[in-house]
Write a protein that binds this ligand. Structure first.
Ligand code: ADP
Ligand code: MG
Length: 341
């Protein structure tokens, strides 16, 4: 099927908080197309966040496990064009019959229906037919149904029948996982500090993240240089809008945890294990020193603690810096890494 791109699979769609609901709903739909209450399944989110990838992954998964199902992926623009052509050539019936025979219809970017009343009207009837026959419809859009301007109310109300799940901007950890997954698939090795640097600085969407990596590779080939942090910095100057970027608490958390080799989620936990407590206190200290966050929000971020815990942590770290040379070295090391960003 030329419409489905085999490269978009669940396997290489990295899971994170940003996409967990949409991903698992997609998975459920793929296992039982038309047989869940997620019909239609509406995946929405900003540009480059993986809507097309996820929608296609569902289609590919169904093709694999249920090869008898007729799966069609079509963009809203292409559908519109086909409709206009069918009108022109007087074969609307063929057009309708074709679409009504489909078991799984994936309609990408429905926000592009805005203002196209006749096409919407047509899609509305096809949608109804498919839905009534227990066929699966998957749609993607750049906005939630309630925010889709320019679409007819009756179509929007259909979209609300099933499940709408959004894709958000991935957090740092997920961005790093996406980069690692991508480099792994391409057979490239990038050091962790480069991955972290890129993931920290490119935080708009996944497509840009991939774009940054591609130009990094190109630069490395052209200059016959290894990809190291220096090359990454040089290269990403164009991508990074403001180099004096604000440091986030999640970034501090990930740096500290990596430095002390403690699991990233542990600093937010209730554990009193010595090395975790130390990582937690240093994280709080750095958050106070390098972010504009209030004591209250720092406490909240690091496991729902109150502001007096943060004050105590900062005091403890300051005391240790004064009295313990080794400890002072740790903090300085991490601070150096922080400022590289
Ligand atoms: P959209 O359709 O929302 O604009 P795409 O589906 O085209 O975004 O995704 C942009 C790029 O980012 C694609 O190359 C896609 O494979 C990749 N991508 C997006 N999300 C993920 C993810 N969670 N894991 C791996 N790759 C992703
Ligand atoms: Mg898309």
């Amino acid at each position: 099927d030329p419409q489905l791109n085999q490269n978009y699979t669940f396997n290489n769609f990295v899971e994170g908080d940003c996409n967990r609901l949409a991903r698992s709903a997609g998975y459920a739909v793929a296992a039982k197309p038309g047989g869940t209450s997620f019909n239609p399944l509406m995946i929405y989110g900003g540009v480059g966040l993986g809507k097309t990838h996820l929608a296609q992954a569902i289609g590919n998964e169904i093709k694999q496990t249920l090869p008898d199902k007729l799966v069609l992926y079509v963009s809203c623009e292409k559908f519109t064009q086909q409709f206009v052509d069918a009108l022109k050539h007087n074969n609307i019936n063929d057009f309708v019959n074709f679409y009504q025979a489909i078991d799984v219809l994936i309609m990408d970017d429905v926000h592009n229906f805005a203002g196209k009343e006749k096409t919407q009207d047509f899609f509305f009837h096809i949608f109804n037919h498919l839905h009534q026959s227990g066929k699966q419809v998957i749609i993607t859009s750049d906005k939630a149904p309630k925010d889709l301007a320019g679409l007819e109310e009756r179509l929007l109300s259909r979209f609300k029948w099933g499940l709408s799940a959004d894709l958000q901007i991935p957090d740092l950890e997920t961005r790093m996982a996406i980069l690692k997954n991508k480099t792994y698939q391409d057979g490239i090795e990038l050091s962790n500090d480069v991955i972290e640097y890129v993931a920290h600085n490119i935080d708009n969407n996944v497509r840009e993240l991939e774009g940054a990596m591609v130009s990094l590779l190109a630069q490395s080939t052209l200059n016959r240089k290894e990809i190291d942090l220096n090359l990454a910095k040089q290269m990403l100057k164009n991508f990074v809008k403001n180099s004096s970027k604000e440091i986030s608490m999640e970034y501090i958390q990930s740096l500290v945890c990596e430095y002390f080799e403690v699991p990233i989620e542990m600093v937010k936990s209730q554990t009193r294990k010595r090395e975790i407590v130390q990582a937690r206190q240093i994280s709080m200290y750095l958050a106070k020193a390098h972010t504009k966050s209030s004591l209250k929000s720092i406490g909240h971020f690091f496991g729902g603690r109150d502001h007096s815990t943060v004050i105590y942590a900062c005091q403890t770290v300051e005391d240790l810096i004064d009295t313990d040379k080794k400890f002072k070295g740790y903090v300085a090391d991490i601070q150096k890494k922080l400022k590289m960003s």
